[in-house]
Ligand binder design. Structure first.
Ligand code: SF4
Ligand code: SF4
Length: 161
């Protein structure tokens, strides 16, 4: 895990919050985050241990469902997505020469999807087809779908003029 992820959340004054990072389940304490004295380091270490324990106590972890995936056949291996992912959720498979999204780490921010020049990175639930269909629906480009259904007139009922 790259250091930028670890220090991303490192400026909060509360030891409980300053020990968290952008990656779920990764906590930090001490001077790896920045200069601090021994009492602050000890307090932060205790907070980090408590935060880790609370996760273990849950027994399970909920992960983001709207993650991105990379199409191996379309990936050009340029690594642009790797440098941009704020959660360091993408690694490079040197054997296949493609990038791979770690599903448990991805937060579904969509940065890699927007940046991928090959269109290889796609976000579950937000494919281009789904987004264009949403836009067309919002703009009313399918007026035939907006016509009210013809009401059935019961037998014997007066027919409106
Ligand atoms: S930016 Fe796109 S083409 Fe480049 S490595 Fe990432 S997924 Fe592959
Ligand atoms: S959607 Fe965001 S968090 Fe997930 S891999 Fe892409 S850039 Fe990283």
């Amino acid at each position: 895990m790259r250091l930028k992820t670890v220090i991303a959340h490192g400026t909060h004054s509360s030891p409980r919050k300053s020990c968290t990072t952008a990656a779920d389940g990764v906590f930090i304490a001490g001077t790896c985050q920045g200069p601090k004295d021994i009492p602050d380091t000890v307090a932060q270490g205790a907070a980090a241990a408590a935060a880790a324990l609370s996760l273990i106590d849950l027994g399970k972890v909920n992960i983001e469902p709207i993650t991105s995936v990379i199409d191996e056949d379309a990936c050009a291996g340029c690594k642009v997505c790797i440098s941009l992912c704020p959660y360091t959720a993408i690694h490079f498979d040197a054997d296949k020469h493609v990038s791979v999204v770690e599903q448990a780490v991805c937060k579904g921010c969509g940065t890699c999807v927007a940046a991928c020049p090959s269109g290889a990175a796609r976000q579950n639930g937000y494919t281009n087809e789904q987004i264009f269909a949403e836009i067309e629906g919002a703009l009313g480009l399918f007026p035939e779908q907006q016509q009210p259904a013809e009401a059935e007139i019961p037998d014997g009922a007066p027919v409106p003029a």
